[in-house]
Design a binder for this molecule. Sequence first.
Ligand code: FUB
Length: 366
Amino acid sequence: MIQVRNFKAFYPAVLMVLVIGCQQPAKQGEERVPNTEQAAVDSIVVENEPLVTEIYTADPSAHVFEGKVYVYPSHDYEAGVPEDDLGSHFDMRDYRVLSMDSIGGPVTLHNVAIDKEDVPWVGRQMWAPDAAEKDGTYYLYFPAKDKEDIFRIGVATSENPEGPFEPQPEAIKGSFSMDPSVFKDEDGIYYMYFGGIWGGQLQRWATGKYNPADVYPADSLPALTPKIAKMSDDMLEFAEDPKDVQILDANGDPITTGDHDRRFFEAAWMHKYNGKYYLSYSTGDTHKIVYATGDNPYGPFTSQGVVLNPVLGWTNHHSIVEVDGKWYLFYHDSSLSKGQTHLRSVKVAELIYDDNGNIVPITAKP
Ligand code: FUB
């Protein structure tokens, strides 16, 4: 384990600015270009350092376990796989956990928590993970393509939050697509949210069965949604068939496929603030993290606004966690790799709510 002295700058909310710019969403098949000049609304501007610089890290899922902050990121590295529209260049092979006693304090980069060679069913691409704790056992949930190149979600267990984790021999039965995040509600029930379109393959499951053709609903029709499933008591399986999580506009109509500024792309995260359920997610080709609120874990959720404007790099991915009475947004950008989309670094900023429970959007400078 390496003690990291880094994480010197942490400049939370200071400036309200208007960032001006506009960009058309990329169509599938178009080149994915790093993006920093997107339309943005009034936002808090932050500028933070990567939590660690020894390795590239991305897709941070943050939790407080045993009084410390643990971050479960993807471990980006240069695998040498050519870039394509399905994200083949994100060819990660293991996970490393980060931890810190407090936000802004020294960050520990732990040893490899699990490697793809340890997981019999995994073929390639260990993407965005999450973790949960129940009765003293830690569960690492991770997506990867199986030997048939179909994304599944696996689970591995440990007595320690940082691992090493022992994988289940097979992926979670009935799992598909990627970006799992596990939310524990106040009644002690755990739910997994998951899914992602394009390279995440969610569109291939629209009929309930795998269809390798990438077909999407027409632009005017309801967009594909994230999925939710209650977890079994032993946390190793789904306790129910995954269900659609509906995201509605202010009129109560489903967000449509053509609404690239608000439709679900990937990276669903759930948190609860003042009794309300906040579903946040990435809009993919418009590069934002947005959120929608609801009254229960299943939704429906009503679209509200932006959490995080586009960062340097193509992907935008986050988690939201309360630490010592303050709320924080963990996110990533490609500043350390000077804009390489698949080599990202995890950062953290304070998250502010207004008096009505609206999240004040953040603009993160590289
Ligand atoms: O890191 C690989 C993929 O990129 C994640 O699973 C997505 O959320 C995006 O960040």
